[in-house]
Design a protein around this ligand. Structure first.
Ligand code: PDD
Length: 281
């Protein structure tokens, strides 16, 4: 298995970054994750657009030209012979003696790319069963629109979910509305068949899978309402599901130990999951 580190393809076990990398010391960096399906990087353009936005919000330069990064991604899929899995891209502000202010003159940003092979059959099994989620109070900073590597609240929330026997934790605002999962966006399907998901400019990450699914739903003639929904509304909804590059569409069958509808994966969610894989390229 190979990793890419600052211009080199190295054995995964030998891949290292400097101890004074600002990503390591300050989480001063950003990342993005793409799904790989049948050897193709799904929604690569949207993921790289978002990476560019995360970088510019933190005033970090592209570590290499975007075209070069595209070549690196393709080469990583090829060298590691990935047909199904994911690709992780991380950029930090670079290596400099520890100091909170930006290094001056600016350092070369660090670029790391790793891949992970995933068995598509496992995803299908999980989707057929549906997953459980818990809810936790929102405790993240306001700039969750930036895909920063600073993920401690997300890590703690996901761990809490795991200890509850659940797979995801939904961050909930004091007004009872669901923000998003620790690494996924949240959706419900109403009893009259509308898809509901929180507006992307209201304190969540603009998920690429979310954007693509809205387009897909429109194409299929399904109505999409971008508005906040509460935990209570989700429990009483016809269906609930989550989206992310790592899970695509995953039905939610339980929220805080209470079943969603009859406690079985929703037919809309499962149909959208199938459709998504059909258009994925
Ligand atoms: N997470 N919300 C959060 C907080 C996320 O971290 C992610 C993605 C999403 C879904 O975005 P997308 O559809 O573009 O994957 C929503 C990645 C997969 C991760 O952290 O591993």
């Amino acid at each position: 298995r190979y990793a890419y580190v600052n211009g080199r393809y190295v054995r995964h076990t030998d891949a290292v970054v400097h101890i004074e990398d600002r990503g390591y010391q300050f989480a001063d960096g950003v990342y993005d994750v793409c799904e790989v399906a049948r050897g193709f990087i799904v929604d690569q353009t949207r993921h790289l657009d978002r990476l560019g936005r995360s970088l510019s919000e933190l005033r970090i330069d592209w570590p290499v030209h975007r075209n070069v990064l595209e070549l690196v991604l393709r080469e990583m899929v090829r060298r590691n012979r990935i047909t199904d899995g994911m690709i992780y891209i991380q950029v930090t502000r670079g290596v400099a003696p520890r100091d909170h202010v930006f290094p001056h003159p600016s350092t070369r940003p660090s670029l790391v790319v790793t891949v992970k092979r995933l068995d598509p059959a496992i995803g299908e099994e999980r989707a057929a069963e549906g997953i459980r989620v818990i809810t936790v109070p929102e405790n993240r900073w306001e700039r969750v629109d930036i895909k920063s590597t600073g993920l401690l609240p997300n890590v703690l929330a996901k761990q809490k979910a795991k200890e509850f026997g659940a797979s995801e934790a939904w961050f909930v605002d004091p007004d009872g509305t669901v923000k998003e999962g620790s690494s996924t966006n949240a959706w419900i399907v109403t009893w009259d068949g509308k898809l509901v998901t929180r507006p992307a400019d209201s304190g969540i990450l603009r998920g690429v899978t979310r954007t693509t699914l809205i387009e897909l739903a429109n194409k299929l003639g399904l109505e999409v309402e971008e508005r906040p929904f509460t935990v209570e509304e989700a429990k009483a909804a016809k269906e609930a599901f989550i989206t992310a590059a790592t899970t695509i569409v995953m039905p939610v069958v339980e929220i805080d130990d209470e079943p969603v509808a009859n406690g079985h994966p929703g037919t809309t969610a499962l149909a959208l999951r199938r459709e998504f894989f059909d258009i994925a390229e």
